[in-house]
Design a protein around this ligand. Sequence first.
Ligand SMILES: Nc1nc2c(ncn2[C@@H]2O[C@H](COP(=O)(O)OP(=O)(O)O)[C@@H](O)[C@H]2O)c(=O)[nH]1
Ligand SMILES: [Mg+2]
Length: 318
Amino acid sequence: MAFFGLFSKEKKETLDKGLEKTKDSFFGKLSRSIAGKSKVDDEVLDDLEEVLVSSDVGVETTLKIIDRIEQRVERDKYMNTTELNQILQEEIAALLAENNTTDGTSFTVEGEQKPYVIMVVGVNGVGKTTTIGKLAHQFKSSGLKVVLGAADTFRAAAVEQLEIWGERVGVPVVKQKMGSDPASVAYDTVQHAKATGADVVLIDTAGRLHNKVGLMNELTKIKKVMQKVHEPAPQEVLLVLDGSTGQNAFEQAKQFTAATEVTALAVTKLDGTAKGGVVIGISDQFKIPVKYIGLGEKVTDLQLFNKQEFVASLFGKE
Ligand SMILES: Nc1nc2c(ncn2[C@@H]2O[C@H](COP(=O)(O)OP(=O)(O)O)[C@@H](O)[C@H]2O)c(=O)[nH]1
Ligand SMILES: [Mg+2]
């Protein structure tokens, strides 16, 4: 399929498999709601609206999609319900394309700003450490020298978990003992990266959103301290969101982007959930690009988010 270009067969299979539950749930609801109806009329559009909202696409994005389809029905006069899938796919793809963000491209980590520091933030359990491990693997595989910083110092297990990823992927992990100052760990990590000529630094952080001011202060402090060793750091602040929490992920994105400057988003755990529609809403509603999607627990289960591939997979025939 020419559309997928260099998108490998294996990656497409991971994406298709990861989105299976979302797809089954969405099209199950959709076909039930249009059963017995031949024409796309107001009633069908009302039902479609409900299907989209209940699939975690989000109210605002749903309204935009319905509006587009209404305009098309207006233009084309008569629209058969059998055409609805195709039209829905086209309109969702067109809507997402309007959001002018880079698509399916990685961070540009090469160049003078070495090391390229990516600070990873998000609440506990969303998949930060796992995403860091997967990212480290991708960067290393592309020939870059990577260092990880264990700045989630609140739980002993957090440091250990990052070390396990470091060993698995074959990249060094800079750490201190549990309970030490996260900013100090971040400082050491960037310093280590500079001394060893590393290209990429990934900083793991603790996420305690229940204290917004505290979190904001802590993230600001980590940034400032890193800047003492390396002025452009952090070049990216990657917010990780758990896609399986649906609208909750949306809320977290709102709160975090209000609390600190976020430059990119990763939406994890899309496998095993029917709430994958949330990626459509997040991608539409936030100016910050969704860079990565998590589709499983394996090291290879992290993909660059490509809107067109995502929509094509969601609507793809089995
Ligand atoms: N199925 C699935 N599980 C994931 C994914 N990303 C992370 N996880 C799991 O989610 C749990 C929490 O991840 P972790 O990286 O520890 O989250 P953190 O607290 O934000 O660092 C772990 O059991 C991970 O294996 C994903 O894309 N898919
Ligand atoms: Mg962690």
